[in-house]
Design a protein around this ligand. Structure first.
Ligand SMILES: Nc1ncnc2c1ncn2[C@@H]1O[C@H](COP(=O)(O)OP(=O)(O)OP(=O)(O)O)[C@@H](O)[C@H]1O
Length: 237
């Protein structure tokens, strides 16, 4: 369970998030949508303890991330697939992660298998990986500790159609097993396929939340998105 309660975040007086409240329950996939600059990454950074809200509270499993006893085992996050050291192999990245979490090395092979990286690929330096391979590695890294909460910022970015289908099934399986999944994406068609509920933000404020049926009322997610965000887009013209 993830809970945002009246979260505001200001940078130099400008509100990146403005009185944001929403809940991400376990057992379903929540799509987190908004135009460029809407505040999605800021919300995810707050959730994972990388920055603090100016006011309000964001909790994971009932506590702020920084108060979790074993955050690495409780929460899996993919915020930037390009963040891994380019000189390390994928296997080294996962092995270091597993060691830090006190997990057996066998978990590395399980995760490589889960994300579809072959033994040969896993021994190559991450700097030579395609974007899709980096995403798979990042998702694997997030899943190492069997987390109950998964926070993914644009995980489908760079995945080919097979990769997207694979990720869809993976996320559905994780949700079915009780995981709370928060998924940000600009791929509205993809979110429409996979998400059980939607939280839409624009200019730092929640514009709408609910199931696809509740939000759309017969319209496509894209139509709803364009309509709701028309007045709020902070991206450059
Ligand atoms: N460290 C920072 N310092 C100052 N302003 C910031 C900082 N981080 C984010 N912002 C601002 O906060 C607002 C929200 O940015 P954020 O990156 O959270 O949006 P986003 O929805 O993730 O956008 P995108 O879809 O482009 O990734 C933007 O106006 C951005 O310029």
């Amino acid at each position: 369970m993830i809970e945002f309660h009246r979260v505001t975040k200001t940078y130099n007086g400008a509100k990146a998030l403005d009185d944001v409240s929403f809940t991400v329950p376990p057992g379903i996939i929540t799509g987190f949508l908004g135009p460029n600059g809407a505040g999605k990454s800021t919300a995810m950074r707050i959730l994972t303890g990388l920055c603090r809200p100016t006011s309000g509270s964001a909790t994971v499993l009932g506590r702020p991330y920084t108060n979790l006893e074993r955050p690495g085992l409780e929460v899996g996050a993919l915020l930037d697939a390009g963040a891994q050291h380019p000189g390390r192999s994928g296997r080294e990245v996962l092995t270091l992660g597993a060691m830090m979490l006190g997990l057996p090395r066998s978990r590395v092979d399980e995760v490589l298998d889960l994300v579809g990286l072959t033994g040969k690929e896993s021994r190559r330096a991450v700097g030579g990986y395609s974007l899709g391979m980096r995403q798979r590695l990042g998702i694997g890294h997030a899943l190492l500790g069997h987390p109950k909460v998964l926070i993914l910022d644009e995980p489908a970015n760079g995945l080919d159609p097979q990769g997207i289908q694979w990720m869809r099934e993976l996320l559905r399986d994780l949700a079915r097993s009780g995981c709370a999944v928060l998924l940000s994406s600009h791929l509205l068609h993809e979110v429409e396929q996979v998400a059980d509920q939607i939280v839409m933000i624009g200019a730092g404020r929640v514009l709408a939340q609910g199931t696809l049926a509740e939000l759309g009322r017969g319209r496509s997610l894209e139509q709803t998105f364009l309509e709701l965000t028309a007045q709020t887009d902070r991206s450059p013209a």
